[in-house]
Write a protein that binds this ligand. Structure first.
Ligand SMILES: [Zn+2]
Length: 129
């Protein structure tokens, strides 16, 4: 159970998560024009164009952006599930409480700063766009 957060803290963080979720879902919809991610990817793959290199580059950027949005949405969903289950705000790796200040900045954070930086260090850096 999350003990370092008051019910008011939790309520505030939940509101903020839901607001972010709504915003992301809207952005996703606008970007994809209401298509599912799979349809969107397929369409990008089937696009014809004269400049293959240019098209490939655009396709990659586009897919990467969609992936990032989908990831962000998934993180928020996990955070909301953890809230519902009562272990929101505890590090997913070490179980330590995640400070409120961190959660207010990043309500979807699943790990404490120490575990997150370990993860960042081990993870291959994504290509910068
Ligand atoms: Zn941790």
């Amino acid at each position: 159970m999350t003990r370092h957060l008051t019910p008011q803290n939790l309520q505030q963080l939940q509101d903020s998560l839901q607001a972010r979720r709504t915003l992301l879902a809207q952005q996703n919809n606008t970007h994809l024009g209401g298509q599912s991610r799979v349809d969107h990817a397929r369409e990008l793959l089937l696009q014809d164009g004269d400049d293959d290199t240019q098209r490939d580059a655009e396709r990659e950027v586009d897919l990467a952006r969609t992936d990032r949005d989908a990831m962000a949405l998934a993180e928020i969903d996990v955070a909301l599930q953890r809230l519902a289950a009562g272990h929101y705000g505890l590090c997913a790796d070490c179980g330590d409480p995640i400070p409120l200040a961190r959660l207010q900045l990043a309500p979807q954070a699943l790990r404490c700063v120490a575990c997150e930086s370990l993860l960042e260090r081990d993870r291959p850096k994504p290509a910068t766009l």
